[in-house]
Design a binder for this molecule. Structure first.
Ligand SMILES: [Zn+2]
Length: 308
């Protein structure tokens, strides 16, 4: 695949790292806090949205955004709790999800994540999807506790289940299920605001893994569950099911084109998502053509280069 495609595809995805968005003036980005009940709050801004769980034990934070947002996150947490941030969960190793790790750890937080996230942070990464090189993180930013498949945390009367869906948005995603509050953070496996969801095959993500992650969340959810994408308003289970069903449709249609011997260009020209685009395209980059290319490459096992 052409590196240029990946570079062009990145700029408007919800997970686009700060370095890929030089136009972002972080000093002007404000956090919108939404109370989801049972001590869980959504902190929303441009990409990399976080969750808080607050109570007598302190504060648990899901995702730390970019480094420029760290003090704002602490201030937002301070408005709903006077307790320190004691636990941090990173949902995946895109730069807008772990950038303030070191700040939180210096404040006493223990960081929890999937094994693969710690490895990627420790080694540094080249993400072809973002045409971005992320240097190794300092030791203080690395998770202190990691897991392989699943883990359960108990905090402030809440049970928080962590699940790793293999090769979904990345190869190191964590789905975070707050059981009492009935909230699931989807990592990047669910597109915010009704967009086609993005998966980063340069980080080990795949279309099949996205569908698998969504099926896992559907198995946990009921009709009152909040589903949290990494950007946008909280969604319900119906929106998650609709996304899942759409991806299953896209997979079947693109697989048919592959089975018919079509090249990637021919598959794109066939417009297999034509009747879906009006519902699922809300920005300039994750268009029907782009999701078709991503699906084609993923189903054919084509992955971007691991180095620049
Ligand atoms: Zn991401």
């Amino acid at each position: 695949m052409k590196a240029a495609f990946w570079a062009a595809a990145l700029a408007a995805v919800s997970c686009a790292p700060a370095q890929a968005q030089p136009q972002t003036d972080w000093s002007k980005v404000e956090i919108k806090t939404t109370d989801l009940g049972h001590g869980v709050y959504l902190l929303g801004w441009q990409g990399g949205d976080s969750l808080l769980l607050v109570g007598d034990d302190g504060v648990l934070l899901v995702d730390t955004s970019v480094a420029q947002m760290g003090e704002k996150i602490k201030a937002a947490a301070g408005k709903v709790s006077n307790k320190p941030i004691k636990l941090v969960i990173n949902t995946h190793a895109h730069a807008d999800h772990f950038g303030s790790n070191e700040l939180m750890a210096k404040g006493g937080a223990i960081i929890v994540a999937h094994d693969g996230l710690r490895e990627r942070l420790a080694k540094g990464q080249y993400l072809a999807a973002f045409n971005q090189t992320i240097p190794p993180s300092p030791a203080g930013a690395l998770p202190a506790i990691t897991y392989a498949e699943a883990m359960t945390l108990y905090f402030d009367g809440e049970t928080i289940e962590l699940f790793h869906p293999p090769n979904a948005h990345t190869d190191n995603d964590t789905l975070v299920h707050f059981k009492r509050a009935n909230v699931i953070h989807a990592s990047g496996t669910f597109g915010g605001d009704g967009n086609y969801p993005f998966f980063d095959s340069s980080s080990g993500g795949s279309l099949a893994g996205m569908i698998g992650a969504e099926e896992k969340m559907l198995s946990l959810a009921d009709d009152k569950t909040w589903i949290i994408a990494d950007e946008g308003e909280p969604a319900g289970t119906a929106a998650l099911r609709a996304t899942h069903d759409m991806l299953v449709t896209v997979r079947a249609r693109v697989q048919k084109l592959i089975d018919d011997g079509k090249s990637e260009a021919e598959a794109v020209a066939a417009k297999p998502t034509k009747d879906l685009d009006a519902k699922w395209v809300h920005g300039a980059f994750l268009t029907g053509d782009v999701i078709t290319r991503l699906a084609y490459q993923s189903l054919k096992g084509i992955t971007p280069p691991a180095t620049r």
